[in-house]
Write a protein of this length. Structure first.
Lengths: 164, 279
């Protein structure tokens, strides 16, 4: 029984739909709102594929119920690219072959974005630790780590150029 | 992997939550962070008819120091406490172990009290509450009571909480100057539950040693009047003597080995901490 209404701001757009009490946020975003960029993997909080941002905090959308997200602002992978242009991080993922099947990628992009916002020049270890809550089962992590490190460096250089 | 149907009660006050617990008892579960409960619901290990969601209760979002203890309300997220600028000064052991609890996205949502309520014997916060001799505050319709950790944790996932009681807060004693603290853990992957975790407090030549992950409950031992070398010796002895669980990934022998090696490191860490902060 869809007894509940959840109203959220999804990537800047007000959205509203009915849901059951037991509907997880990931299922709500995918099935009710039709935003299928975020992937549902293990459904019990281990794989990190469903990682999104709720009110600015990175969370697992499979470990939250949709009714709990009522009134929140949600950011998913669809919100990363602007005006049809891939972000620097997405381009770096492509360049470094940081994805193969791409299933884990939405979660990695959200987690990596967050990591880079909190730490402007992370070490390789910090990147690996920062992304340790996300699992990739085909490409492995070498390309992913390389992509994140490169973006950190590029962003620092861009910032330096702006200050000069 | 979808939870069975349940009815949600979005309660606004403690009284409302306690009233519902009194009415539904074992048919109800309390949800705050849900980082353990939601997987249990998804796997249908738990399928309560009623979920009492306490996230809207403003006075459970409080944490701070009073009466010699760090009081942590039932809705305080682990990441909130972890990011608190005074945490290292107020209770360094908590500062040491937070990075070991799962991953940032889990700590952003998971609560301190939720971990205590779940009472997993390999959970870091359960170990911390036990080794620090902290307490759990429980409220029911009739009374409010404060239970010491040693009386609260009864076994794996078993606690002294009655079906009509709400855990409103947990209390960690505030760090005392000249005390030493140490924490070491081994898990198979970053963020996994501990295979073995060791937490130590040291006051002069008195030691309190806690082992997590080795058995059905956290194991606490007190050593009196021992030097660092003697404490490490005693710890080796303890690792040989106490009952240790075995599972498909970890033999009891490996657990005992980890208790010795991590224990030694934690003892040294506690001694060095004491020296560094003693003045």
């Amino acid at each position: 029984m869809k007894d509940y209404t959840a109203k959220v701001k999804l990537n800047g757009v007000e959205r509203e739909a009915r849901c059951e009490a037991r509907t997880t946020l990931i299922d709500f975003i995918r099935h009710e709102l039709g935003a299928t960029g975020t992937h549902s993997g293990c459904e019990h909080g281990v794989c990190g594929a469903c990682t999104i941002k709720v009110d600015g905090k990175v969370v697992r959308s499979c470990l939250m119920f949709a009714y709990q997200a009522n009134g929140t602002e949600i950011e998913t992978v669809e919100g990363i690219a602007t005006a049809g242009q891939l972000s620097d991080l997405q381009l770096a993922f492509k360049k470094h072959h940081a994805l193969q099947c791409g299933f884990c990628t939405p979660g990695f992009l959200i987690a990596a974005n967050e990591l880079l916002q909190n730490n402007h020049s992370p070490s390789e270890l910090e990147v690996r630790e920062g992304l340790s809550g996300n699992l990739c089962r085909c490409t492995g992590y070498v390309g992913i780590v390389a992509a994140v490190l490169e973006v950190a460096q590029l962003r620092l250089m861009a910032k330096g150029a702006n200050h000069a | 992997m979808k939870p069975a149907s349940f009815q949600v009660h979005l309660v606004q006050s403690q009284d409302e939550a306690i009233g519902l617990l009194d009415q539904f008892g074992e048919d109800a579960r309390v949800i705050a962070g849900g980082q353990t409960l939601v997987p249990m619901l998804a796997m249908r290990v738990a399928s309560p008819e009623h979920l009492i969601d306490i996230n809207q209760i403003a006075d459970l979002k409080y944490f701070g120091t009073s009466n010699g203890a760090l009081q942590v309300g039932a809705c305080v997220r682990q990441a909130e406490l972890e990011a608190w600028e005074n945490l290292e000064q107020v209770q360094p052991l908590l500062k040491m172990l937070f990075p070991w609890i799962a991953h940032t996205p889990i700590r952003n949502r998971g609560t301190v009290c939720g971990s205590i309520a779940h009472a997993d014997p390999s959970a870091e916060l359960v170990l911390a509450l036990a080794v620090l001799d902290g307490s759990v505050v429980l409220a029911s319709k009739k009374r409010k009571r404060v239970v010491k950790a040693k009386d609260f944790f009864l076994g794996a996932l078993q606690t002294d909480r009655q079906p009509n009681e709400l855990i409103t807060a947990v209390q960690f004693p505030i760090a005392i100057k000249k005390m030493g603290y140490g924490f070491k853990e081994y898990g198979y992957r970053h963020g996994d539950f501990a295979v073995v975790a060791v937490a130590i407090t040291k006051s002069g030549s008195d030691w309190t040693i806690g082992f997590g992950g080795v058995n059905d409950t956290v194991q606490i031992f007190k050593l009196q009047n021992q030097s660092l070398e003697e404490a490490i010796q005693s710890l080796n002895q303890l690792a040989s003597e106490i009952e240790v669980q075995e599972d498909p990934t970890t033999s009891s022998g490996l657990r005992r080995h980890l208790m010795r090696t991590l224990g030694k490191k934690a003892c040294i860490q506690a001694s060095e901490f004491e020296r560094g902060h003693g003045s």
